[in-house]
Design a protein. Sequence first.
Length: 546
Amino acid sequence: MLGKLLNFEFKLHTRQIGFWVASAILAVLAVLFISTDMFAVNTTGERLKSNGALTIAVQIGALSMLSLFFGAVYVVTGYMRDDTSKATEYIHATPVTTFDMVVSRMLGVCLAIFLVVFAGVAGLFVGQFAPWADAASFGPVNPFYFLYAMLVFLIPNTIIVGGLFTLVAGLTRNRAIVYVSAVALFVLYTMAGLLPLDTTPKVILALVDPFGINAAGLDTVGWPAAEQNTNLPPLSGYLGLNRLVWGGIGLGVFYASFKLFKRGIVSANTKAAFDAADEDSALEARNIIPSLAPGRGGFAAFMTRFRYEYLTTISSVAFMILMALAVSLFALVLFVTIKLSASGTILTNSFMARAAFGSLTLPLQIAIIFFSGEIIWRDKTHGFYEILDTTPVRNWPLMLGKWAGLSAMVVTVVLGASLVGIVAQLILSDVPVNLGTHLTLPLVGAIPGLLLSVALVMFVQNFMPNRIVGMVASAIMLGVFSIGIFFVPFYHPLMGYGSVPLGGYSEINGIGDTLRYKWFLLYWGSLAALFAIVSIWLWRRGTQAS
């Protein structure tokens, strides 16, 4: 039975279009990464080979970090599919043993994660033979470098991530919490990278990184190019300790997931829980339908939809966790700056304002991607789209209400970060608070770019076949335009979507010349408006999206 279930899990994951799209994109990017100068990775001299032993190990280690996001997706679609498809009682009424059911799903999730990331590893290997690649930048081809890196980085990291997410899914039965746990782990990894190298014990630096990259760096620091090209990071040092500790943690959380797994109605999916879910859907209908009735204006329908999307988003557990992580990241930035910085940074208004919304950049971009999928697909997820399709209201109030709800969430977060920055300055700094600085920098310097990201992500989500594919496509688009586009040889500022340069700013004179800022804002704002118009015009509403 276990073998049949494993075969079913394998087919379930590999038949999804998102699996093949993600694998193809990773493979292509990996080929370009190793075979072209578009993505430069060699920074220590000409003698360092693109396919050297240490370079390949670090690249595969970095690729394994993507298991964070793919792992969350496959845990939801595989391990939690009974809950998301509302088929819990049907599945758990079968004579399949709990051991076979749980183990097959866990192994299926890990296999799916491994195969997607392995596509990137395959792309790195194939890229060595690309006809356009510079032969002088490559050394002898050695498949053992790739095999070693997969055994040391990819497989253990897959087990760690898969075990952690299955444990979260088993305890919460909430897909939003699973997605947020991926963000949490990534933010915690980022926070660990802020620890100063000169004062933090090396053992701590090696163990705070669950992916082993920092540990490999500690073992190989100071290696000349000749050693980096031929020697792999040893397992006798910090890397071996890291793999031993985190590998044990991964196996431990897998065991905990199995022991804590509960079947059928023993879990949270009782009749009361179903009644509560039905009550939520009914409440949504009662709140929205009156404003969509004949005779009501489009603006009233827009405001109703906007309020619902905004309030539902900011009151969700996932949103609260993300914001708590952002505040923690801001607190760590301040701690490192104040306590561990040798330069004695003065906590001015400008510094505090930039640190406050700067620490939010990554969490907020991820929140935009996640909540865009939730908002666009919420009607179908709640089984509400058929009721919505019977209303006489036009497309624009419903679509713009969704866009405005996500945009308002972004503004709320940025202004909340400004408030945190003000409070922190009052407590930690002797510099008087300048409200103009704390409001001007985020409102003018941060919010326009973030709202343009909202427009791009919502536009992409509107034309995707499902929420998961939309989230992956949105993340890729944001990554391309925020990072990848700058490596294009013919890059021009008009190609960097959402880039609205503010120019110089001082607390005495305020913003300098704003002419360039205004033109860029008009340029990108016009494109965002076009996105909105096309989305409204081509929106697959209601049953058309099923």
